[in-house]
Design a protein around this ligand. Structure first.
Ligand code: GDP
Length: 706
């Protein structure tokens, strides 16, 4: 079977947003208008098609990154002289809640472009800011959709201003709203200078008309600004524009597209998804401005490492290239077992064939390939470059692994996952639960790289760790519902870290030479502090074979193990460089095991002299309260060691942006509710680690504070 959609007509995109901005509603409308889903399930009715999992429905948030395929032809293309072109859009679902960082990261890793949805009342919210920065990191071209213009207090202008101020100075509106709040009628398409209204039960009829008289001048001014921006993206366009002061529709689109793909321009659209206004135009813009897999060759080439030769390799996005794909999500499916979602970067893959997992060094048989649609799955014979689909029956493949040709191996860059900041104890409720618990925890850990399970060495308790209270709650809930394992959980604990402040040099010796074969490992290590967030670096500075090469990985292993349990209070040591620069060995008695122990000893002894301090996770917290509670709430935040960054206004409400240690934030939801008669709301997410003030660190170390 040949490829059905050319690469040029493929879009691999995602919708990203702050929770509650309307991502689910927009996704639902997209699936409806693209003809896949014929019944719109409202989020509040708990029927959303994209929300596969029960908890998501109950909590009204989307957790899993389901990838769905749909098809679209631009609404205005009926004006084209040529045949309208249908595009295939692979929509990768991303969670709005930042506690599900792994989901955001892995989806950003495989997206080519994104639609960022904003609440037209709130404008830019802290999580939109975080996700925006992450998208910058992954070089994802994007569009903005200012949603909810029907809401009381909505404003296109102030939302746009907040995008320009907080996210990018390059936001360029290509729409203008007609009316607002309950008078919101539709939008003006500034490219075509038409008023667009959405009629019919679900807004499926698009009615084009003249621009209302009172908006003509404003639309004209905004159009001029847009054309100027489009022209700036291309020399030929600019020349033409300087002469004529005008460009054709196609030229404007071309300029905007070029700007969007090169990150120098972000088109901004608007609407109200719940009122069925504006979503079709978002799809038009996805096709017009977001990249196809072909567009990425220059800006974001497909690069990886050949694990055999240890050299860098690149691939072109073409079916004729060697097969190269990234597994970006593992999901348990009640019908077919485990699904591995993957994105094909180059080449093709046939059902019934074999592929090679270069990350795990294992061959995998390709049993079935499924393309996921919103409400059904389709068995496909073959997938091509740019496709996103799911494999059934993989044995070894997990999130972040590269699948490729065995003869042409490549390992693509993995998504970056942060370390967990919160942990808690779990224990099975009954004996029967005990047996299943560890199997299920292991399974969940495979699905989610930000979820960790370990056994406390001293107490033998099982500890789970993740990105926030909600993250762990959801996982515990899934254990009960999906896998029927009931557990009791302990109080959430902060995941502290330890680090050193002073460089030291330290010897580590493990030598036993009494009778028979002895043990001989001897090293000198230099420990030095690294910048916050840099993790661990091992430098091998051994010259002239003072320690044979074959023992050096063992030293590193010993060092790493010792770093797992710090010298102050047993928290992992981070942000440290360890240089192995001297030592000695014995022809007969030296072994890997002896060098590993020597490495551990040197690390532990050295750390004790290196001025060890505790680090704690600092959360970015935004609190929104009515004016009259401002004093109480900021006072309370100050007592929580908060650093208040900014105070803003949002229609009769005060917005407080601050950084607060996670340790101070447990139970804040209840506290805020009681302080504000239930009117205050807040969001928080992990931001960075910082040193714990000495007097508090002393309490933690002596076990007087969690
Ligand atoms: P998500 O958390 O970003 O997925 O947001 P949802 O799509 O779940 O929407 C959050 C809430 O906002 C739901 O109650 C929606 O019904 C509502 N909502 C979504 N879009 C609109 C809109 O255009 N106008 C109004 N008034 N409400 C909306």
């Amino acid at each position: 079977m040949a490829r059905q959609y050319s690469l040029e007509k493929t879009r691999d995109i995602g919708i990203i947003a702050h929770i509650d901005a309307g991502k689910t509603t927009v996704s639902e409308r997209i699936l409806y208008y693209t003809g896949i889903s014929h019944k719109i399930g409202e989020v509040h009715e708990g029927e959303a098609i994209m929300d596969w999992m029960v908890q998501e429905r109950e909590r009204g948030i989307t957790i899993t990154a389901a990838a769905t395929t749909c098809f679209w032809t631009q609404t205005y293309s009926k004006n084209f002289k040529q045949e309208p072109k249908e595009y295939r859009i692979n929509l990768i679902d991303t969670p709005g809640h930042i506690d599900f960082t792994a989901e955001v990261q892995r989806s950003l890793r495989v997206l080519d472009g994104a639609v960022v949805v904003f609440d037209g009342v709130a404008g830019v919210e802290p999580q939109s800011e975080t996700v925006w920065r992450q998208a910058d990191g992954y070089k994802v071209p994007r569009l903005c959709f200012i949603n909810k213009l029907d809401r009381l207090g909505a404003s296109f202008e102030s939302s746009l201003a907040s995008i320009n101020e907080r996210l990018t100075p390059n936001a360029v509106p290509i729409h203008l709203n007609i009316g607002l709040e309950d008078q919101f009628e539709g939008v003006i398409d500034l490219i075509r200078m038409k008023a667009i209204r959405f009629e019919g039960e679900k807004g499926e009829q698009i009615i084009e008309g003249e621009i209302p008289e009172n908006l003509k001048t404003k639309a004209q001014n905004m159009r001029s600004h847009m054309i100027e921006k489009a022209a700036e993206q291309d020399d030929a366009l600019l020349e033409k524009y300087l002469v004529n002061k005008e460009l054709t529709e196609d030229e404007i689109r071309m300029g905007l597209r070029k700007g969007c793909l090169s990150y120098s321009l972000v088109p901004v659209l608007c609407g109200a998804a719940l009122r069925n206004k504006g979503v079709q135009l978002v799809l038009d813009a996805v096709v017009d401005f977001l990249p196809s897999p072909l567009d990425l060759t220059e800006s974001k080439p497909i690069k990886g490492i050949n694990p055999r030769a240890n050299t860098e390799v690149t691939r072109q996005p073409q079916d004729s290239e060697p097969f190269t794909a990234l597994a970006f999500k593992v999901a348990a499916d009640p019908f077919v077992g485990t699904l591995v979602y993957f994105r094909v970067y180059a080449g093709t893959l046939k059902k019934g064939s074999y592929t090679y997992n270069a990350t795990k060094n294992e061959q995998e048989r390709v049993g079935r390939i499924l393309r996921m649609h919103a409400n059904h799955r389709e068995d496909v014979e073959q997938v091509y470059t740019g496709d996103i689909a799911a494999l059934v029956g993989m044995k070894a493949t997990t999130t972040g692994d590269t699948l490729c040709d065995e003869d042409k191996q490549i390992i693509l860059e993995k998504p970056i996952f942060p370390e967990p900041v919160i942990s808690m104890k779990v224990e099975p409720k009954t004996k029967a639960d005990q047996e299943k618990m560890s199997i299920v925890l292991h399974k969940l850990q495979e699905e989610d790289p930000t979820f960790r399970v370990k056994t406390d060495e001293d107490t033998l308790e099982t500890i789970i760790a993740g990105m926030g209270e909600l993250h762990l709650d959801v996982l515990v809930d899934r254990m009960r519902r999906e896998f029927n394992v009931a557990v009791n959980v302990g109080r959430p604990q902060v995941a502290y870290r330890e680090t050193i402040k002073k460089p030291v040099e330290q010897e580590g010796k493990y030598i036993h030479q009494s009778g028979g074969r002895g043990q001989y490992g001897h090293v000198w290590l230099k420990l030095a502090p690294l910048e916050r967030g840099k993790g661990f670096e091992f430098v091998n500075a051994i010259k002239g074979g003072i320690i044979p090469q074959s023992y050096i990985p063992a030293v590193e292993k010993g060092v790493k193990e010792a770093m797992g349990k710090g010298v102050l209070a047993g928290f992992p040591i981070v942000d440290m460089q360890v240089t192995l620069y001297d030592g000695s060995y014995h022809e007969v008695d030296s072994s890997e095991a002896a060098f590993k122990i020597a490495g551990s000893i040197a690390l532990q002894e050295g750390a004790k002299k290196a001025d060890v301090v505790l680090l704690e996770p600092i959360m970015k917290v935004e609190v929104i309260v009515p004016d009259r509670f401002l004093g109480d709430v900021t006072g309370d935040l100050s007592s929580k060691r908060a650093k208040i960054e900014r105070m803003g206004e949002r229609i009769n409400l005060k917005v407080i942006d601050s950084f607060v240690p996670l340790a101070e934030m447990f139970g804040y939801a209840t506290k805020l509710r009681s302080m504000t008669e239930g009117r205050g709301t807040f969001t928080m997410e992990f931001d960075h680690y910082e040193e714990v003030p000495r007097h508090i660190a002393d309490l933690i170390v002596s076990g007087k504070k969690a």
